[in-house]
Design a protein around this ligand. Structure first.
Ligand code: PEP
Ligand code: MG
Length: 883
């Protein structure tokens, strides 16, 4: 096997496609060398050697040592210098570089090759100060990284010398100071029973060994776990000639982007520092100059840099992030990679690269990430770096965007404050349907409990309102109207009315009024990209919408119909509606006039809403789900509010208080999520299904009469058995007939089922005999397959699971492909075996999650349905899944 790929200007067998073998950094170094760019010569040891190293119990294979010697000889010839020779010293850096970037996780050693003799030769050539500075850096890095001597032991000596001489910065130390420091560092080695090998080869081998070893140190393993980086062989090692930017005024170091990473403008963008090394830039001791000023101070070098980066971008076909060093008037290219960018920049760059003929339309579509689009569609903070010190906690990033407002702790207050023009953030333990008014009035929503499919999260995403959920570190005192948290061991109290900011994209909760920037939807650019997106995708994208307004927003965003209309949300819309629901629930007698009136009132509301939605979605399918939640959700919490409600209902219905109380309290269940809900409601209370079905058909008939095109798809929730389905089908078909007879309009409709319980997935073959479509309710399907409560698992253990890596992601956020996904696959196969053209969709929250969408595309669903504001993101993700 081949273990080493050398690179030098104009030469390398490695290339940019070999990231898996050479790591990202190594592959691009080889590529730059091939392109004739001046990279400091060196070589990359493959990731396979890392694998071999760990397989052999942490030993460098003997053959490797020989290969390294040969490769070094090549560099020596190229440079006219010699490794370990005091008269013509050649120094190397040894760096890690995996296929996927893992910033700062693994180790690096610089200036390998210096020893007590070589440093004197180095001093004669480059001056004593410079040589001693390099030597003390080697001693420190080698000691720390290779020998495991605590970093602090070196820092202590450095601090001591500076203090003794009254110096503030490292750069102020002179040659003698540094020489003393070298002595002190050597003493640190002795104190730890170690010494710096004087044999440069020994240094080199030990350095390589340390980098390979660092692949499996705990923080690197943790990083891969958190970022779901799997299937890699290991890290590559890049051994490269040292070049220095701190050799006087004809030297320097810099970083630049080939386009502006903030707005995408085509210009060289970056910073440069004369007479400095990379770490000086990072340390922030001196302020770098804008890259363009290089044109004034080093015109020929600047011209060369521009030529290099222009060529590189054309060659790599993407915006590049480049590091370089100038050593005594000579430009060296140190690194290049595809640059990170904002949403605005991503869009502009993708379109312009296509227009410049560098990439195809499909490639442009893949270049814009879903999170870029997300950024474009939601308000953002002006500068996320600026508020770092004000972050008080981080919860779940439940609904993206930035929100700024004053703290309130109840929905009523949110509405009151908003009514007098205040911007508020509503903070609750968790939200319930009763809070929707206040949630709507608030700029953003903050909860201490609840996960990615908690009420707050689902509702907020539906509206595109920023929401941070499950902030366990925050404690609400409802009586005192305060929010309490701990900072540096001290309790901090925020009061009602205090300003807070929420970043729903990152989950950060920030004190104070952080400045906002408007969403940057550039109609033209975005529209153009989205037209390419729509050509590329196979999945249709529908929306979850419960009101005509949401339906319109979704349609504007490109939704191709409604995949889920949660009818219970319509019942929560106003106080009159909730009151009617409560009367319907409280009255047992089916034929009582109160019950009939309540049902009739609800039917009127529903019919009105359905008409609005049908019109907004004219010509497109509208999937309406029958009532789903446990009925107690329509009641206030136990306590004074509940007592008052019972008294009021007893009066309205002319019933005894005991009877009403008995009836309503009887609705409470130990396991409501597995209780009387979904189709079970429509079976125990067929009058509800009949009322809803009639409202749907009457609304459809009315709109058809006005010339509209209506396609209601009626969806039965939480079905587990075929008999349940048959029961509901009979009621729905009867209602359709009755409305057709009364109105003279035959409404074309379909009836389907949700697949939300594992039994339904397993019985999909039989359900498909009855259902005309399946819609996967992956929120419940996850809850029921995993046996994890979607309501309170977050605070109890789920956050612990994701933090500690027992689960890599929250399964309510990204579909658990191998478990819950298997259920989906089974249902798809069995359903289609019965009915090959069975229509299949998904309407759980995963319908807006790019990783999950990729899976839904693969298993062959026909559509995904997501909240109105996520529609563009789902379209993009569907296109990328198909390309
Ligand atoms: C689901 O369970 O995935 C679903 C869409 O229904 P709900 O979230 O309303 O239970
Ligand atoms: Mg459900």
């Amino acid at each position: 096997i081949r273990r080493i790929y050398p690179f030098s200007r104009g030469n390398s067998d490695g290339n940019k496609a070999m990231k898996e073998l050479l790591g990202g950094k190594g592959a691009n170094l080889c590529e730059m060398a091939r392109c004739g760019l001046n990279v400091p010569p060196g070589f990359t040891i493959t990731t396979e050697v890392c694998e071999e190293f760990h397989r052999c119990g942490g030993q460098l294979p003997d053959e490797l040592l020989e290969d390294v010697r040969k490769a070094v000889a090549g560099v020596e010839a190229e440079m006219g210098l010699k490794f370990g020779d005091a008269n013509a010293p050649l120094l190397f850096s040894v760096r890690s570089g995996a296929a996927v970037s893992m910033p700062g996780m693994m180790d690096t050693v610089l200036n390998l090759g210096l020893n007590d003799q070589v440093v004197e030769g180095f001093a004669a050539k480059y001056g004593a100060r410079f040589a001693m500075d390099c030597y003390r850096r080697l001693l420190q890095m080698f000691g720390d990284v290779v020998l495991g001597i605590p970093h602090e032991a070196f820092e202590a000596k450095l601090t001591a010398i500076k203090a003794a001489k009254g110096l503030q910065f490292d750069v102020q130390m002179d040659a003698d100071d540094l020489r003393s420091l070298v002595g002190l560092y050597k003493q640190v080695y002795v104190d730890h029973g170690q010494e710096l090998p004087q044999d440069p080869w020994q240094q080199m081998y030990m350095g390589i060994n340390a980098v390979f070893k660092s692949w499996n140190i705990p923080r690197a393993i943790k990083y891969r776990e958190i970022n779901k980086i799997t299937g890699l062989k290991g890290t590559a090692v890049n051994v490269q000639t040292m070049v220095y930017g701190n050799m006087g005024d004809t030297s320097g170091t810099g970083v630049c982007f080939t386009r502006n990473p903030a707005n995408g403008e085509r210009e060289l963008f970056g910073e440069f520092l004369i007479n400095a090394q990379g770490e000086d830039v990072v340390a922030g001791i001196r302020t770098p100059m804008p890259i363009k000023h290089m044109a004034d101070v080093m015109p020929p070098i600047y011209a060369e840099l521009v030529a290099n980066t222009t060529m590189l971008e054309k060659h790599m076909k993407d915006m590049q992030d480049v590091e370089f060093t100038v050593q005594e008037g000579k430009l060296f290219m140190l690194q290049c990679r595809n640059g990170k960018r904002t949403g605005t920049a991503a869009l502009r760059i993708a379109l312009e690269l296509e227009a410049e003929g560098l990439i195809s339309k499909d490639e442009a579509v893949c270049m814009v990430e879903p999170r870029h689009l997300d950024q474009l569609l939601h308000p953002q903070f002006e500068d996320e770096k600026k508020y770092a010190k004000d972050v008080i906690t981080r919860g779940l990033a439940a609904s993206p965007g930035a929100a700024v407002g004053r703290l309130v702790f109840s929905a009523e207050e949110a509405e009151e404050w908003a009514a007098r023009g205040e911007r508020v953030v509503l903070c609750r333990h968790e939200t319930s349907p009763e809070d929707v008014g206040g949630m709507h009035a608030a700029q953003g929503i903050l909860t201490c409990r609840g996960g990615m499919t908690s009420h707050a999260a689902v509702v907020a995403r539906g509206w595109g309102k920023p929401c941070v959920c499950g902030c366990e570190a925050l404690h609400i005192d409802l009586k005192a109207k305060t929010l309490v948290y701990e900072a540096n061991g001290q309790e901090v109290i925020l009061n009602e009315g205090d300003w807070v900011s929420l970043n729903g994209t990152t989950g950060e909760v920030i004190v104070g009024q952080q400045p906002l920037r408007k969403p940057e939807v550039q109609g033209g650019n975005l529209g153009k990209l989205m037209s390419w997106v729509d050509k590329a995708r196979r999945l249709r994208v529908l929306t979850n919408a419960d009101t005509p307004e949401d339906a319109l927003v979704a349609r504007t965003n490109g939704a191709q119909g409604i995949g889920l209309c949660r009818t219970e949300h319509m019942f929560f819309a106003t106080h009159e509606r909730i009151a009617a629901v409560r009367r319907m629930i409280a009255e047992e007698e089916l034929d009582s006039s109160h019950k009939m009136e309540a049902l009739d009132e609800l039917k009127r509301y529903q019919r009105e809403d359905f008409e609005g939605i049908f019109k907004a979605m004219d010509g497109l399918p509208v999937t309406i789900r029958l009532l789903d939640p446990p009925l107690h959700e329509f009641l206030p919490q136990e306590g004074p509010a509940m007592e008052a409600l019972c008294r009021q209902l007893a009066e309205e219905l002319g019933a005894s208080l005991e009877r009403v109380e008995g009836r309503l309290n009887g609705l409470r269940e130990v396991n409501p999520m597995m209780g009387l809900r979904g189709c079970r409601l429509g079976i125990v209370h067929p009058e509800i299904t009949e009322m809803q079905a009639t409202a749907i058909f009457e609304a459809a008939a009315a709109v058809i009469k006005e010339g509209g095109h209506v396609h209601p798809h009626i969806m039965v929730p939480l079905v587990a058995t075929t008999d349940e389905m048959d029961h509901q089908l009979a009621i729905i078909h009867a209602a359709a007939k009755a409305v057709a007879a009364a109105s003279g309009v035959q409404v074309p409709y379909k009836v389907g089922t949700m697949i939300e319980v594992p039994r339904a997935a397993l019985q999909a073959g039989h359900l498909a005999e009855r259902a005309e479509f399946f819609s996967f309710g992956t929120n419940d399907l996850t809850q029921m397959t995993f046996g994890i409560s979607r309501d309170d698992a977050q605070a109890k253990f789920l956050s612990h699971y994701t933090r500690s890596g027992i689960l890599q992601t929250d399964p309510f956020d990204t579909l658990d492909v191998i478990g819950v996904g298997e259920m989906v696959k089974i249902a798809v196969e069995r359903g289609r075996a019965t009915k090959p053209n069975l229509e299949l969709g998904i309407c759980g929250e995963h319908g807006g999650d790019p990783a999950s969408i990729s899976f839904f595309n693969k298993v062959g669903l026909d559509y995904v349905s997501c909240s109105p504001l996520r529609v563009p993101i789902a379209r993009l993700a569907a296109a990328q899944a198909a390309i």
